[in-house]
Design a protein around this ligand. Structure first.
Ligand SMILES: Nc1ncnc2c1ncn2[C@@H]1O[C@H](COP(=O)(O)OP(=O)(O)O)[C@@H](O)[C@H]1O
Ligand SMILES: [Mg+2]
Length: 256
Protein backbone atom coordinates (compact mmCIF):
# COMPACT_ATOMS: atom_id res chain seq x y z
CA UNK A 1 0.00 0.00 0.00
CA UNK A 2 1.28 3.44 -0.93
CA UNK A 3 2.91 5.71 1.59
CA UNK A 4 1.10 9.01 1.31
CA UNK A 5 3.09 12.17 1.92
CA UNK A 6 1.47 15.60 2.07
CA UNK A 7 3.79 18.50 1.33
CA UNK A 8 2.42 21.44 3.18
CA UNK A 9 3.02 24.90 4.62
CA UNK A 10 0.32 27.55 4.51
CA UNK A 11 2.89 30.09 3.38
CA UNK A 12 3.25 30.53 -0.36
CA UNK A 13 6.54 30.50 -2.19
CA UNK A 14 8.43 28.32 0.28
CA UNK A 15 9.21 25.47 -2.14
CA UNK A 16 6.23 23.12 -1.73
CA UNK A 17 5.65 22.58 -5.43
CA UNK A 18 9.36 22.42 -6.24
CA UNK A 19 9.79 19.79 -3.55
CA UNK A 20 6.71 17.84 -4.66
CA UNK A 21 7.78 17.71 -8.31
CA UNK A 22 11.42 16.91 -7.68
CA UNK A 23 10.95 14.36 -4.91
CA UNK A 24 8.31 12.63 -7.05
CA UNK A 25 10.73 12.61 -9.98
CA UNK A 26 13.58 11.07 -7.99
CA UNK A 27 11.33 8.53 -6.26
CA UNK A 28 10.16 7.41 -9.70
CA UNK A 29 13.77 7.32 -10.90
CA UNK A 30 14.50 5.04 -7.95
CA UNK A 31 11.94 2.66 -9.49
CA UNK A 32 9.10 3.34 -7.08
CA UNK A 33 5.63 3.69 -8.56
CA UNK A 34 4.70 7.29 -7.84
CA UNK A 35 1.53 9.37 -8.09
CA UNK A 36 1.79 13.12 -7.65
CA UNK A 37 -1.52 14.71 -6.72
CA UNK A 38 -1.87 18.42 -7.47
CA UNK A 39 -4.46 19.78 -5.07
CA UNK A 40 -3.45 23.45 -5.42
CA UNK A 41 -5.75 25.38 -7.83
CA UNK A 42 -2.65 27.21 -9.05
CA UNK A 43 -1.70 23.92 -10.68
CA UNK A 44 2.03 24.51 -10.67
CA UNK A 45 2.84 20.82 -10.26
CA UNK A 46 0.61 20.10 -13.23
CA UNK A 47 2.33 22.59 -15.52
CA UNK A 48 5.73 21.80 -13.96
CA UNK A 49 5.42 18.29 -15.36
CA UNK A 50 4.47 19.49 -18.79
CA UNK A 51 0.74 18.79 -18.65
CA UNK A 52 -1.41 21.27 -20.58
CA UNK A 53 -4.41 22.08 -18.37
CA UNK A 54 -6.57 23.14 -21.32
CA UNK A 55 -6.53 19.57 -22.67
CA UNK A 56 -7.90 18.01 -19.48
CA UNK A 57 -11.48 16.74 -19.57
CA UNK A 58 -11.55 15.91 -15.88
CA UNK A 59 -9.15 16.67 -13.07
CA UNK A 60 -8.93 17.06 -9.30
CA UNK A 61 -11.54 19.78 -9.78
CA UNK A 62 -14.19 17.12 -10.55
CA UNK A 63 -12.77 14.51 -8.18
CA UNK A 64 -13.06 16.77 -5.15
CA UNK A 65 -16.79 17.26 -5.74
CA UNK A 66 -17.40 13.57 -6.30
CA UNK A 67 -17.78 13.84 -10.06
CA UNK A 68 -14.74 11.82 -11.08
CA UNK A 69 -12.59 8.98 -9.84
CA UNK A 70 -8.81 8.82 -9.94
CA UNK A 71 -8.87 6.35 -12.82
CA UNK A 72 -10.65 8.99 -14.92
CA UNK A 73 -8.20 11.78 -14.22
CA UNK A 74 -4.73 10.29 -13.77
CA UNK A 75 -2.36 11.03 -16.63
CA UNK A 76 0.99 9.50 -17.40
CA UNK A 77 3.93 11.89 -17.42
CA UNK A 78 6.86 11.50 -19.76
CA UNK A 79 8.76 9.87 -16.89
CA UNK A 80 8.61 6.17 -16.26
CA UNK A 81 6.77 5.25 -13.02
CA UNK A 82 5.52 8.81 -12.51
CA UNK A 83 1.79 9.53 -12.82
CA UNK A 84 -0.01 12.78 -12.11
CA UNK A 85 -3.48 13.67 -10.86
CA UNK A 86 -3.65 17.13 -12.44
CA UNK A 87 -5.73 20.12 -11.50
CA UNK A 88 -7.26 23.20 -13.12
CA UNK A 89 -7.81 26.71 -11.71
CA UNK A 90 -11.52 25.85 -11.30
CA UNK A 91 -10.56 23.77 -8.29
CA UNK A 92 -10.96 26.92 -6.24
CA UNK A 93 -14.66 27.10 -7.25
CA UNK A 94 -15.00 23.40 -6.51
CA UNK A 95 -13.75 24.09 -3.01
CA UNK A 96 -16.79 26.30 -2.44
CA UNK A 97 -19.05 23.50 -3.73
CA UNK A 98 -17.32 21.02 -1.44
CA UNK A 99 -18.48 22.83 1.66
CA UNK A 100 -22.01 21.55 0.86
CA UNK A 101 -21.01 17.89 0.79
CA UNK A 102 -21.35 15.62 3.84
CA UNK A 103 -18.04 14.04 2.92
CA UNK A 104 -16.26 17.37 2.54
CA UNK A 105 -13.38 16.41 4.83
CA UNK A 106 -12.89 12.85 3.65
CA UNK A 107 -13.62 12.84 -0.05
CA UNK A 108 -9.96 12.58 -1.04
CA UNK A 109 -9.30 9.79 1.45
CA UNK A 110 -12.27 7.80 0.15
CA UNK A 111 -11.15 8.16 -3.44
CA UNK A 112 -7.57 7.24 -2.62
CA UNK A 113 -8.62 3.87 -1.22
CA UNK A 114 -9.26 2.63 -4.77
CA UNK A 115 -5.78 3.35 -6.06
CA UNK A 116 -3.56 3.08 -3.00
CA UNK A 117 -2.35 -0.38 -3.97
CA UNK A 118 -1.22 0.72 -7.39
CA UNK A 119 1.56 2.98 -6.06
CA UNK A 120 4.50 2.89 -3.66
CA UNK A 121 4.39 6.61 -2.92
CA UNK A 122 1.65 9.18 -3.32
CA UNK A 123 2.84 12.78 -2.99
CA UNK A 124 0.30 15.56 -2.46
CA UNK A 125 1.20 19.15 -3.35
CA UNK A 126 -1.09 21.37 -1.28
CA UNK A 127 -2.21 24.99 -1.58
CA UNK A 128 -0.79 27.83 0.53
CA UNK A 129 -3.61 27.82 3.08
CA UNK A 130 -5.14 25.70 5.79
CA UNK A 131 -8.27 25.32 3.66
CA UNK A 132 -10.64 22.43 3.11
CA UNK A 133 -8.35 21.16 0.33
CA UNK A 134 -5.37 21.09 2.67
CA UNK A 135 -7.39 19.42 5.41
CA UNK A 136 -8.47 16.74 2.91
CA UNK A 137 -4.81 16.20 2.05
CA UNK A 138 -3.79 15.92 5.69
CA UNK A 139 -6.62 13.55 6.55
CA UNK A 140 -5.56 11.30 3.67
CA UNK A 141 -1.86 11.18 4.49
CA UNK A 142 0.50 9.06 6.54
CA UNK A 143 3.17 11.75 6.63
CA UNK A 144 3.58 15.50 6.48
CA UNK A 145 6.64 17.01 4.88
CA UNK A 146 7.17 20.63 5.70
CA UNK A 147 9.38 22.83 3.51
CA UNK A 148 10.59 25.92 5.34
CA UNK A 149 12.29 28.75 3.53
CA UNK A 150 15.50 29.98 5.14
CA UNK A 151 14.30 33.56 5.17
CA UNK A 152 13.01 35.97 7.77
CA UNK A 153 9.57 34.93 9.15
CA UNK A 154 10.36 31.32 8.24
CA UNK A 155 8.70 29.93 11.34
CA UNK A 156 5.72 32.26 11.19
CA UNK A 157 2.56 30.20 11.04
CA UNK A 158 4.34 26.97 11.94
CA UNK A 159 2.67 26.81 15.35
CA UNK A 160 -0.71 27.15 13.63
CA UNK A 161 0.18 24.37 11.20
CA UNK A 162 1.21 22.04 14.03
CA UNK A 163 -2.06 22.89 15.76
CA UNK A 164 -4.01 21.86 12.63
CA UNK A 165 -1.97 18.68 12.52
CA UNK A 166 -3.04 17.92 16.10
CA UNK A 167 -6.70 18.40 15.17
CA UNK A 168 -6.37 16.21 12.08
CA UNK A 169 -4.72 13.50 14.18
CA UNK A 170 -8.03 13.09 16.01
CA UNK A 171 -9.54 11.70 12.81
CA UNK A 172 -6.31 10.39 11.28
CA UNK A 173 -4.14 9.08 14.16
CA UNK A 174 -1.68 7.71 11.56
CA UNK A 175 -0.45 11.16 10.61
CA UNK A 176 3.21 11.79 11.44
CA UNK A 177 5.60 14.63 10.76
CA UNK A 178 8.05 13.02 8.35
CA UNK A 179 10.41 15.94 8.44
CA UNK A 180 11.23 19.54 7.78
CA UNK A 181 13.32 20.56 4.80
CA UNK A 182 15.11 23.88 4.73
CA UNK A 183 14.78 25.43 1.27
CA UNK A 184 16.35 28.27 -0.76
CA UNK A 185 19.38 28.27 1.48
CA UNK A 186 22.01 30.83 0.52
CA UNK A 187 25.22 30.14 2.39
CA UNK A 188 26.63 33.53 1.46
CA UNK A 189 24.12 35.31 3.68
CA UNK A 190 24.29 35.22 7.44
CA UNK A 191 20.50 35.46 7.53
CA UNK A 192 20.11 32.08 5.82
CA UNK A 193 22.57 30.52 8.27
CA UNK A 194 20.84 32.08 11.24
CA UNK A 195 17.39 30.98 10.13
CA UNK A 196 18.65 27.45 9.45
CA UNK A 197 19.98 27.31 13.01
CA UNK A 198 16.62 28.52 14.27
CA UNK A 199 14.78 25.83 12.27
CA UNK A 200 17.12 23.17 13.67
CA UNK A 201 16.62 24.42 17.21
CA UNK A 202 12.83 24.26 16.81
CA UNK A 203 12.48 20.94 14.95
CA UNK A 204 15.67 19.18 16.07
CA UNK A 205 16.11 15.72 14.51
CA UNK A 206 13.04 16.26 12.34
CA UNK A 207 15.12 18.50 10.07
CA UNK A 208 16.51 16.66 7.07
CA UNK A 209 20.30 16.71 6.75
CA UNK A 210 19.93 17.75 3.14
CA UNK A 211 19.45 21.48 2.77
CA UNK A 212 18.07 22.73 -0.56
CA UNK A 213 20.26 25.58 -1.83
CA UNK A 214 18.96 28.62 -3.65
CA UNK A 215 19.85 27.54 -7.15
CA UNK A 216 19.08 29.17 -10.47
CA UNK A 217 18.61 25.80 -12.23
CA UNK A 218 15.76 24.98 -9.81
CA UNK A 219 14.10 28.29 -10.65
CA UNK A 220 14.56 27.80 -14.41
CA UNK A 221 13.34 24.21 -14.69
CA UNK A 222 9.56 24.96 -14.41
CA UNK A 223 9.72 27.29 -17.41
CA UNK A 224 10.83 24.25 -19.40
CA UNK A 225 8.06 22.22 -17.73
CA UNK A 226 10.49 19.64 -16.35
CA UNK A 227 11.92 18.71 -12.94
CA UNK A 228 15.40 20.09 -12.27
CA UNK A 229 16.83 16.57 -12.42
CA UNK A 230 15.80 16.36 -16.06
CA UNK A 231 16.78 19.95 -16.84
CA UNK A 232 20.28 19.85 -15.38
CA UNK A 233 21.08 16.58 -13.69
CA UNK A 234 24.46 17.82 -12.44
CA UNK A 235 23.29 21.09 -10.89
CA UNK A 236 23.54 21.63 -7.14
CA UNK A 237 19.77 21.85 -6.96
CA UNK A 238 19.26 18.49 -8.65
CA UNK A 239 21.84 16.86 -6.41
CA UNK A 240 20.12 18.26 -3.31
CA UNK A 241 16.73 16.87 -4.33
CA UNK A 242 18.32 13.50 -5.10
CA UNK A 243 19.84 13.45 -1.60
CA UNK A 244 16.61 14.57 0.03
CA UNK A 245 14.74 11.77 -1.75
CA UNK A 246 17.23 9.23 -0.37
CA UNK A 247 16.55 10.51 3.13
CA UNK A 248 12.80 10.29 2.56
CA UNK A 249 13.13 6.69 1.39
CA UNK A 250 15.17 5.90 4.53
CA UNK A 251 12.74 7.61 6.89
CA UNK A 252 9.67 5.93 5.41
CA UNK A 253 11.20 2.45 5.23
CA UNK A 254 9.19 -0.06 7.20
CA UNK A 255 6.70 2.62 8.23
CA UNK A 256 3.23 3.01 6.97
N1 LIG B 1 15.88 26.17 -4.15
C1 LIG B 1 15.39 27.11 -4.98
N2 LIG B 1 16.23 27.96 -5.63
C2 LIG B 1 15.74 28.91 -6.46
N3 LIG B 1 14.44 29.10 -6.71
C3 LIG B 1 13.56 28.28 -6.10
C4 LIG B 1 13.98 27.25 -5.21
N4 LIG B 1 12.88 26.61 -4.75
C5 LIG B 1 11.82 27.20 -5.32
N5 LIG B 1 12.21 28.21 -6.14
C6 LIG B 1 11.34 29.11 -6.92
O1 LIG B 1 10.60 29.89 -6.00
C7 LIG B 1 9.25 30.02 -6.39
C8 LIG B 1 8.34 29.43 -5.32
O2 LIG B 1 8.57 28.04 -5.19
P1 LIG B 1 7.37 26.99 -5.16
O3 LIG B 1 7.96 25.64 -5.08
O4 LIG B 1 6.42 27.25 -6.25
O5 LIG B 1 6.71 27.38 -3.75
P2 LIG B 1 5.24 27.04 -3.18
O6 LIG B 1 4.73 25.84 -3.88
O7 LIG B 1 5.48 26.79 -1.71
O8 LIG B 1 4.41 28.25 -3.40
C9 LIG B 1 9.14 29.31 -7.73
O9 LIG B 1 9.29 30.27 -8.74
C10 LIG B 1 10.32 28.35 -7.74
O10 LIG B 1 10.78 28.06 -9.03
MG1 LIG C 1 2.93 25.56 -4.93
Amino acid sequence: MAKIICITNQKGGVGKTTTAVNVSYYLAKSKFRVLLIDIDPQGNSTSGLGIDKSTLKKSMTELMVDQASFSEIIVKTKYKNLDLAPTTPELSNAEVEMTKLDSRFTILKKRLKFIQDSYDYIIIDSPPSLSLLTVNAMISSNFLLLPVQTEFYALEGVAQLLESMKLVKKVNPDLKLLGVVATMFDRRTSLSTRVLAEIQKYFKSKVFETVIPRNVRIAEAPSHAVPVGDYDHFSKGARAYRDLTKEIIERTKGQK
